[in-house]
Design a protein around this ligand. Structure first.
Ligand SMILES: Nc1ncnc2c1ncn2[C@@H]1O[C@H](COP(=O)(O)OP(=O)(O)O)[C@@H](O)[C@H]1O
Ligand SMILES: O=P(O)(O)O[C@H]1O[C@H](CO)[C@@H](O[C@H]2O[C@H](CO)[C@@H](O)[C@H](O)[C@H]2O)[C@H](O)[C@H]1O
Length: 458
């Protein structure tokens, strides 16, 4: 492996300048790009680190860049890019093409998303393995965990909010795309769960971070790859296609969720939520609904019915009801659950909902929030089946809640008002998410919105 080389600090605006016109067109087309729908007006380099010098065959740059999109934040969101440059792009890398550079020091090269390319991806693993420091990039590894050298990289086909690379079916590296300051729950919570000995979450092996403006920023996390696993979403759709039930799996998922919640409550502080905290919680839900109605007019006829879920919760708060809050997953759905060939379930992706402010994602919350996420997911699967299978979702719901109660002694259905409020909040989030990212899917959460507005979870 070619050793890592020069780090370009302070940020090299020349490298970025030559790429800027290409990135302006390419970025908005990426699934992980959060600012869809608004034009990109400019870039500010935050850090440009050369990981491989362009030697004709291949050059590699790690780039942190602020992307300006008025009327977004003045400084723009910060994105992480791994940009490869080659004189000619081999056909196998065509899907990674960003464009042909016609100016600056990289003129004559083709720029592409380097995570599609095994060799640059292997450079990252090697840096983690050897705990390298390159410019401001800190490649950290848990010293108790080994990484074998020369594992072969492949990009994971399922492009989601971030980009993941699998190494020799042994590890998976999640490269975060939108980078935010502060402690990242996607590293924090799996580390806490590993300390608790919770087997339901793959323990982080290594991670990449940097410091910007005096604040830590997590850039990537490496964890063991659950080989041969199928995710809950695939399994649910498969069961639906065969006309089979999913209740035993739903029950196991309820147990797995409860085990994770129990371990998180042991590992990190829990708090009692009284009126001072619940008031803003209800207000947040109400405000998100108002913003969603503005963004997606199809919600207008249901606004009042949906709001009644939050009013009902507000009434319980006024009567003095309190809830225990703890750290939770924050964006739990079937796609975040992996079943190993052994039948054991793991939960992944503790980043929280990508659209929520980072500080909010790390706040203790009622655990029913995650449960609502999973119940929404059973409904998603059932509604996207042909024909839709509401009974299937109903059975999963019952089995999941029973599984959860077997471990914790608390059946989430005994807290119907909070559960409905969170299911409503999630369905509203999903409407906005689908409108933005997958408009064809919009009817799925909208069908739930119709039912939730009429106080009927099924
Ligand atoms: N430890 C793992 N073992 C096997 N596959 C995994 C693992 N972690 C993630 N994956 C796969 O990678 C996909 C994306 O991971 P995820 O953490 O959900 O990223 P994103 O934030 O981009 O959605 C998952 O849907 C799953 O298929
Ligand atoms: O996995 P991510 O963190 O990227 O989560 C986002 O994308 C999800 C879709 O991939 C989205 O989940 C919604 O669709 C799922 C089916 O594809 C369904 O199982 C979930 O219940 C539903 O919420 C998720 O909301 C979003 O944050």
């Amino acid at each position: 492996m070619t050793p890592m080389t020069e780090a370009v600090t302070p940020p090299s605006s020349t490298t970025l300048d030559s790429l800027a016109p290409l990135l302006r067109a390419w970025l908005p087309r990426q699934r992980w790009f959060a600012g869809k729908g608004r034009p990109v007006t400019g870039f500010t380099p935050v850090a440009v680190t050369q990981l491989l010098p362009p030697d004709g065959r291949l050059g590699l740059y790690h780039i942190l860049v602020r992307v300006h999109q008025p009327p977004g934040p003045r400084t723009g969101h910060c994105y992480q890019l791994l940009i490869g440059v080659r004189e000619a792009l081999p056909p196998r890398l065509a899907p990674a093409l960003i464009g042909h550079v016609d100016r600056g020091p990289l003129a004559g090269h083709t720029a592409y998303d380097a995570l599609y390319d095994p060799r640059p991806a292997e450079v990252l693993l090697e840096a983690l393995r050897t705990r390298a420091r390159i410019g401001g990039l800190v490649f950290e590894r848990d010293p108790r965990r080994e990484i074998r050298p020369h594992l072969v990289a492949r990009l994971l086909a399922a492009e989601q909010s971030n980009t993941s690379v699998v190494y020799g079916d042994a590890f998976i590296l999640k490269v975060l795309r939108r980078v935010v300051p502060g402690i990242n729950p996607d590293l924090e919570l799996p580390l806490a769960l590993a300390r608790e000995g919770c087997p339901r979450v793959p323990a982080p092996t290594a991670w990449l971070h940097t410091e910007l403006d005096g604040e830590p920023h997590v850039l990537a996390v490496l964890q063991p790859f659950v080989s041969g696993a199928a995710d809950g979403w695939e399994l649910a759709l498969r069961a639906l296609a065969k006309g089979e039930g999913f209740a035993p799996e739903a029950r196991a998922l309820g147990r797995a969720t409860a085990e994770v919640h129990t371990a998180l409550a042991r590992a990190l502080p829990t708090v009692t939520l009284g009126p001072a905290q619940l008031g803003p919680l209800v207000q947040g839900m109400t405000e998100r609904l108002a913003a969603a109605v503005q963004a997606v007019p199809a919600l207008v006829p249901y606004e009042e019915g949906l709001r009644s879920a939050y009013t009902a919760l507000g009434e319980l708060v006024t009567q003095g009801r309190t809830w225990t809050a703890q750290r939770v997953h924050g964006d739990l759905h079937l796609g975040q659950c992996l079943r190993a060939p052994s039948g054991d379930w793991s939960l992944i992706d503790f980043e929280g909902e990508p659209a929520r402010p980072p500080a909010e994602r790390r706040m203790p919350q009622p655990p029913v929030r995650d449960i609502a996420g999973m119940l929404r997911s059973f409904d998603y699967a059932a509604r996207s089946a042909s024909p839709p299978a509401p009974r299937w979702a109903h059975d999963c719901r019952a089995a999941y809640c029973s599984g959860y109660a077997e471990v914790t002694g608390r059946d989430p259905r005994t807290d119907p008002v909070m559960l409905r409020a969170y299911e409503t909040d999630k369905a509203v989030y999903e409407v906005v998410y689908e409108a933005r990212h997958r408009p064809d899917w919009l009817p799925v959460p909208l069908s739930a919105v119709r039912r939730l507005a009429a106080s009927d979870p099924n």
